[in-house]
Design a protein around this ligand. Structure first.
Ligand SMILES: [Zn+2]
Length: 82
């Protein structure tokens, strides 16, 4: 898995459609890629905040905002790929 593939997997994670088998690849990439760790930490906090206010389901509008936040964070941590 490279950084682009991790970004795609994170989008699925936000949507709740990430396949269980992918998370192992995701963890392996994260263990060796600091910029991606920063992105994941940021997204985890965002998801926790939304879940706190919105019970379990993340509404589509919030998912869009999460995707936008993810892209912004990605540009900050991966300037070469922006
Ligand atoms: Zn990476």
């Amino acid at each position: 898995m490279n950084c682009d593939e991790l970004l795609a997997a994170l989008n699925e994670y936000v949507d709740g459609t990430l396949e269980p088998g992918v998370s192992g690849d995701l963890q392996r990439h994260l263990s060796g890629c600091n910029p991606c760790q920063v992105v994941v930490d940021n997204i985890r906090q965002t998801i926790t905040v939304y879940r706190h206010g919105q019970a379990v389901e993340i509404p589509a509008a919030c998912r869009e905002r999460l995707h936008a936040a993810l892209r912004e964070r990605w540009k900050q941590t991966h300037p070469a790929n922006a």
